[in-house]
Design a protein around this ligand. Structure first.
Ligand code: GLA
Length: 394
C-alpha cells in the first residue's frame, strides 16, 4: 500500500461521490504513532511511551443499500468488496486488504456485524512499513468507523484490543498492544505512558521548550510478518521461561536488571540473555524518560534515546546499518539532544530530539550524510503530536 499525499476533506468527499455515486455520511482520521521510548517492552508486560502523530489515514464513509462492505484505497489503487454473509471465510491476500478482512472478521467474532453494507474510501499521508504504524492506523480507523456506523457501543480500549487481535489472529504478527492503544487513545500535545500488562495509562504533557521531535525515514523497506519480529517474541518467551525457574513472574518486565544479571542459566544462553537485558533496561528507561520530561530535563531525555538505540542495536539486534548511520550522524549535528530507531526496526524510521532553531541545518546535514553513505535518500518529517482516531464531521 503506498498512500498518496493527504487529501483534504472536500477532495475525499468528492472522490467518494465519484466512486460510489452517493454522498458519504461521515469522514474520519486515524493517526500513525511515534514511539518516543519503550521498544519491545509491550508484549513483555512493560511500559511504553508512544504518541499519536498528525500523519495518518483518512476515510469517507456511508451506508449502502446492498449487503456488501466495499473499501477502496487510493494509495493502493485497489477495491475490496466483501459480502456480509461471507465474512467468516476470509483468507489472507498479503496486502492492505488483509486489514479490512481482519477487521470484519473481528466484528464477526464479536457478533457485531451490522445489517447494512458500507462504502469506504481511504486515503492518507503516512509512509507504510516505516515504523510509524501504518497498519494500526488503518485497522483502528476501520474498527472505529464500523463501530460508529453500525452503532456497536465499543469504547476506545475495546477498539484497540480488537485491532490488535486483527494482527495477532488474522495477519499472524504476534505484536503487543502499544500501536493500537496509541492510535485509539492518543491526544494532542501528549505522549501516552502505558503499562502494557495492566493497561493503566497516563497522558504525559509533551510540549518541548525550543525543541521538537523530527522523524527521519531511512526508506529501508521491511515487512514485519516476514521479518524476525515473531522470532524476537519467541526469544523473549524463552528468556522468561528460564527466569521463571527462580522467580515468580508472568512477564519479562517484572524481572529486574539484577535478576537478569544473576541468573546463570540465562547468561549461559547469550541470545536469551541479550534479549532479556534489552527488555528490562528499556523498561527502566521509559520510567526515567517520563521523569525527565516532567522535570524538563531534556538533555537527559536525549541521552536515554541514544541508550535505547544502543540496546536495540547490540542486545535486541533489530537495528540495521542504515538506521545506525542515521543515529550516529545526528551525534555530530549541533543542537541534537538524542536519537534512536523507533518502532519494530529492521529498517523504518529514527526519531531525533532537535533544537527548533537548527531544524533546517539538521535536515540538510543528515540528508547529505545519509545519501553519501548509503544507497537510500532519507525522507524527513517534522510532524506534530496529534489526536487519536476521530470523526471529522457528521
Ligand atoms: C511493532 C509492534 C508493537 C511493538 C513494537 C516494538 O510496532 O506492533 O506492538 O512491539 O513493534 O516496540
Amino acid at each position: 500500500m503506498r498512500y498518496g499525499v493527504c487529501m483534504k476533506s472536500e477532495n475525499l468527499v468528492t472522490a467518494f461521490q465519484k466512486l460510489f455515486g452517493s454522498e458519504p455520511s461521515s469522514t474520519y482520521f486515524s493517526p500513525g504513532r511515534v514511539n518516543l521510548i519503550g521498544e519491545y517492552t509491550d508484549f513483555n508486560g512493560g511500559y511504553v511511551l508512544p504518541a499519536a502523530i498528525n500523519l495518518g489515514t483518512y476515510y469517507a464513509v456511508g451506508l449502502n443499500t446492498t449487503n456488501r462492505v466495499n473499501v477502496y484505497s487510493d494509495g493502493a489503487d485497489g477495491l475490496v468488496s466483501i459480502n456480509l454473509t461471507d465474512i467468516a471465510d476470509q483468507i489472507l491476500n498479503q496486502d492492505w486488504s488483509d486489514y479490512v478482512k481482519g477487521s470484519l472478521v473481528e466484528y464477526h467474532k464479536s457478533a457485531l456485524v451490522g445489517e447494512h453494507g458500507v462504502d469506504i474510501y481511504i486515503s492518507g499521508d503516512l509512509p507504510r512499513n516505516s515504523g510509524l504504524s501504518s497498519s494500526a492506523s488503518l485497522t483502528v480507523g476501520l474498527v472505529f468507523l464500523l463501530n460508529n456506523i453500525w452503532d456497536c457501543n465499543l469504547d476506545r480500549l475495546d477498539i484497540a484490543k480488537m485491532s490488535r487481535s486483527v494482527e495477532n489472529d488474522f495477519i499472524g504478527l504476534q505484536c503487543g498492544i502499544m500501536d493500537q492503544f496509541a492510535v485509539a487513545k492518543g491526544q494532542t500535545d501528549h505522549a501516552v505512558c502505558l503499562h502494557c500488562h495492566t493497561l493503566e495509562s497516563k497522558l504525559i504533557p509533551f510540549q518541548l521548550d525550543g525543541y521538537e521531535i523530527v522523524i527521519t525515514d531511512s526508506r529501508v523497506p521491511r515487512k514485519l510478518s516476514e521479518s524476525s519480529y515473531n522470532q524476537r517474541r519467541g526469544e523473549c518467551d524463552a528468556a522468561l521461561a528460564t527466569l521463571q525457574k527462580d522467580l515468580s513472574i508472568d512477564y519479562l518486565c517484572e524481572a529486574s536488571v539484577q535478576d537478569v544479571e544473576k541468573c546463570e542459566e540465562l547468561r549461559a544462553n547469550p541470545i536469551a540473555y541479550k534479549r532479556a537485558k534489552h527488555v528490562v533496561t528499556e523498561n527502566s528507561r521509559v520510567l526515567a524518560a517520563v521523569k525527565c520530561l516532567s522535570q524538563n530535563r531534556l538533555a537527559e531525555f536525549g541521552e536515554l534515546l541514544y541508550a535505547s538505540h544502543n540496546s536495540l542495536r547490540d542486545d535486541f539486534e533489530v537495528s540495521c546499518k542504515e538506521l545506525d548511520i542515521l543515529v550516529e550522524t545526528t551525534k555530530n549535528i549541533a543542537g541534537v539532544l538524542g536519537s534512536r530507531m523507533t518502532g519494530a526496526g529492521f529498517g523504518g524510521c529514527i526519531l531525533s530530539l532537535v533544537a527548533t532553531s537548527v531544524v533546517p541545518e539538521f535536515i540538510q546535514q543528515l540528508s547529505a550524510a545519509y545519501a553519501a553513505h548509503t544507497s537510500y535518500q532519507a525522507t524527513i518529517h517534522c510532524c506534530q503530536i496529534g489526536d487519536g482516531v476521530k470523526q471529522l464531521n457528521n
